[in-house]
Design a protein around this ligand. Structure first.
Ligand code: SAM
Length: 224
């Protein structure tokens, strides 16, 4: 049936894709992806041919109406991103919302995303949590951190290796040096590693060894 499927793909380990995701990618008429070269490799691994169309944060606004028309004409379309679940710190939200505005059905298949394994291996409460994604680099960063300084729920952030230490320093200023955090890198990959401790302890460890890979940071909420 003509609709949009949001299809999660592995965040490292290529075995982490569901049978239903593979079937859906085989059956759809078109697969939207961020980087065609990268997604081609995944599809080759899954023995799925062609059908890729570039759809990333720089062209999604220009592309969205064309895609909507294709679905209205009867095409079934899947969106994937470079890794994990589209729409989670990745393109996906705009096309999903535009489908809904046009009475086109959307379906999100469950699957890989970095925030959940990052949270669960942290050892910090997963009862209530808030996903903050990437902090703003400049504008709005201070305000966001200041708002979060009284957050009681566990907080989850994404960060790249070259900004990790700066972000941990900002956390120390906002949350205090003794707040418990965890820093996970390369989840599901060969060199998966999680450091757990106070913000000060984790900064010490990260300064000793140059950060490498992609990171999920989990911060304990403030005590009530
Ligand atoms: N859509 C993805 C998801 O569902 O998690 C997130 C995409 S976002 C552009 C990329 C960020 O996700 C990385 O900078 C890192 O913070 C996090 N990430 C993705 N894969 C990861 C992994 N294998 N280990 C740790 N963090 C990861």
């Amino acid at each position: 049936m003509a609709k949009l499927y949001i299809v999660p793909t592995p965040i490292g380990n290529l075995d982490d894709i569901t049978i239903r995701s593979i079937k859906t990618l085989e059956e759809v008429d078109l697969i939207l992806c961020e980087d065609t070269r990268r997604s081609k490799k995944l599809l080759q691994h899954l023995n799925i041919n062609g059908k890729l169309r570039s759809h990333h944060k720089f062209n999604e606004h220009n592309e969205v109406d064309t895609i909507i028309n294709k679905i209205k004409e009867g095409a079934s379309v899947a969106i994937i991103s470079d890794a994990g679940t589209p729409g989670i710190s990745d393109p996906g939200f705009l096309i999903a919302r535009t489908c809904l505005n046009n009475d086109i059905e959307i379906e999100c298949l469950p699957g890989p995303t970095a925030l959940i394994p990052g949270l669960l291996v942290s050892g910090i409460s997963a009862d209530k949590f808030v996903f903050e994604g990437f902090l703003p680099i400049k504008k709005g960063r201070k305000k966001r951190l200041s708002n979060l300084s009284s957050e009681e729920r566990t907080m989850i952030f994404y960060e790249s290796p070259h900004k990790l230490i700066r972000t941990l320093m900002d956390f120390k200023a906002s949350f205090g040096s003794n707040r418990r955090i965890s820093v996970s890198r390369e989840l599901t990959k060969l060199y998966e590693e999680t450091l757990r401790g106070t913000i000060s302890e984790i900064i010490d460890s990260c300064e000793k060894k140059k950060p490498k890979g992609e990171y999920v940071i989990v911060v304990e909420g403030i005590e009530k």
